[in-house]
Design a protein around this ligand. Structure first.
Ligand SMILES: Nc1nc2c(c(=O)[nH]1)N[C@H]1C(S)=C(S)[C@@H](COP(=O)(O)OP(=O)(O)OC[C@H]3O[C@@H](n4cnc5c(N)ncnc54)[C@H](O)[C@@H]3O)O[C@H]1N2
Ligand code: MOO
Length: 493
């Protein structure tokens, strides 16, 4: 609300009718679970979209990635050298077989032809002999190729289908698309892949006191949430349709909420009991169902989550800026994660499929002995794709982040606290300036620590909420000691 502005808003409904008293507040873990469930139920009816590989980074696979081809798709040379047929020495053919070329004539037993790494092995070849393991001679007369060490049938030939056969599942639905997945998808023949559509989100910034430029003056303040929420929500996987300033106009808010094309409307401010805090009444009038009406968390306890209609939700963030961040992490992030991720957690690929038998016409036995260090070592313990969180998808399924606290944090007697922290030497250090109206702490933070009711002593391992952008594991700049700092644990409201 704007100090000094004419106050002719509609009379606020009594708190009893508005139903957002503390008695209804949801415990913080439950609120997150409810938000995730709301997202998951909305996700069920959203068809995936096919996007070019270049647009899929950081998203998740909506369908299993199945090979569209055998890999390799032909018997190919693993080394620069000679394709040979039968036992040596071999008579050397004039031409060379290069990668990307096809149609080399079949080798007869006793023949050799120069071949490049990745080139298609001619029919009839029984092995590839590396350049450095062979010599040619004599200088005059027909050139012969002599092996310098034993030649094992099939050596340095990658048989067609060694990595996968057409139709093999390379990755399950729900896998995070990182750069390596893009490479695998391209190798396996994909131009586009199916991913969950980006949830459409609209941000409605409430408050007549907000300026969009210049210095604060005469009780007016800069809007800190408009510039922050769009990029933050984008980093969480949303397509932000618009950030609109609605002021403290209940009718404009009603109009915006009921006509929005967004699947998720995010409002800021107006959640509490002030004379122009319209959010509850507007939701009432719009026939929305409150799923979460207040959360036992500091800051941010007036945050709310409502279902507007089938597949559409509203997250009401409190106006205090760090309280808004708290609402974003507690309600919007799990909801968006559920909308953008398949519910089934990806499982690591099982033991690699043994190389498929070689196929005609080459009839080349698979290598019986290691060919090169990089060639034959299959991953013995593949890492689950979900354990590697790309910057844009920190809420992907996986183990929750956690770390021990360097310093104790004063707790709220009944509510969870979310406190900005930086990583330091394997510990997390709580930052000052963590009051509900402050962004100074979170702007320097690597994560938000989840401090249980009653607080946490030094050394206590606490859950961390990741921030959806790269942070420095050992941030040297965000020093938590910048005088005159208020005690880091004391600022709840
Ligand atoms: N009687 C009570 N008053 C308040 C309670 C309460 O339980 N009883 N809760 C407090 C808490 S906690 C919070 S958080 C706020 C939430 O208030 P609203 O969501 O209604 O937000 P506003 O009143 O509109 O604004 C609160 C505060 O934040 C500033 N603000 C709002 N929007 C922005 C923005 N975009 N950028 C920067 N700052 C913003 C606004 O000027 C106010 O100072 O209510 C407490 N009150
Ligand atoms: O939600 Mo509030 O931020 O605790 O002041």
């Amino acid at each position: 609300m704007t100090p000094g502005q004419p106050a002719t808003p509609p009379a606020p409904a009594p708190a009893s009718e508005r139903g957002h008293g503390h008695h209804r507040a949801t415990p913080w873990p439950e609120a997150r679970a409810l938000a995730a469930r709301a997202g998951a139920s909305a996700a069920a009816d959203r068809p995936p979209v096919r996007v070019p590989l270049g647009q899929a980074l950081g998203r998740t696979l909506a369908e299993p990635l199945r090979a569209l081809t055998d890999l390799p798709s032909f018997d190919s040379s693993a080394m620069d050298g000679w394709a040979v047929a039968g036992p040596g020495p071999w008579t050397v053919r004039e031409e060379s077989v290069l990668a990307g070329h096809s149609g080399a004539a079949a080798l007869a037993s006793g023949e050799a032809v120069r071949i490049a790494t990745g080139a298609r092995v001619p029919a009839g070849a029984t092995a590839v002999v590396r350049t450095e393991h062979s010599r040619t001679g004599p200088v005059a007369g027909p050139v012969l190729l002599h092996p310098l060490r034993e030649v094992v049938p099939g050596q340095d030939i990658r048989p067609r289908g060694q990595e996968c056969r057409t139709g093999d599942e390379l990755l399950p639905a729900g896998s995070l698309v990182g750069p390596a997945v893009l490479g695998l998808a391209a190798a396996a023949g994909y131009d586009e892949i199916a991913v969950p559509a980006r949830p459409r989100v609209e941000v409605l910034v409430l408050g007549d006191e907000l300026l969009t430029a210049g210095l604060p003056h005469e009780g007016l303040i800069r809007d800190a949430l408009g510039p922050m929420l769009g990029p933050w929500l984008t980093a969480l996987g949303a397509e932000v349709l618009a950030t609109r300033r609605i002021g403290d106009d209940a009718e404009a808010l009603y109009e915006a909420v009921t006509t929005s094309a967004a699947e998720l409307v995010v409002t800021t401010g107006g959640t509490a009991a002030g004379p122009v805090d319209h959010v509850h009444r507007v939701l009432d009038k719009a026939g929305a169902t409150l799923l979460v009406d207040g959360v036992k968390v500091r800051p941010g306890h007036p945050m709310l989550l409502a279902r507007l209609d089938a597949g559409r939700h509203l997250v009401g963030l409190p106006g205090n800026p760090l309280a808004a961040v708290s609402g974003l992490l507690t309600l919007a992030a799990p909801l968006l994660a559920a909308l953008t991720t398949r519910p089934s957690a990806p499982t690591p690929p099982s033991a690699p499929t043994p190389p498929s038998p070689p196929t005609a016409p080459a009839e080349i036995a698979p290598p019986s002995a290691p060919t090169a260090p990089g060639e034959i070592v299959p991953p013995s313990a593949p890492t689950a794709p979900a354990e590697i969180a790309p910057p844009s998808a920190p809420t992907a399924p996986g183990e929750p982040l956690a770390a021990p606290l360097r310093d104790g944090v004063q707790g709220h007697p009944h509510d969870t606290r979310l406190v900005p922290v930086v990583h330091r030497d394997g510990l997390v250090v709580p930052l000052h300036y963590n009051g509900p109206a402050m962004l100074r702490g979170i702007a320097a933070a690597d994560a938000m620590a989840v401090v249980p009711p009653g607080g946490a002593e030094p050394g206590r391992r606490v859950e961390l909420l990741a921030l959806p952008w790269p942070t420095e594991p050992q941030a040297a700049t965000a020093t938590p000691v910048s005088p005159p700092a208020p005690a880091q644990g004391a600022c709840f409201t």
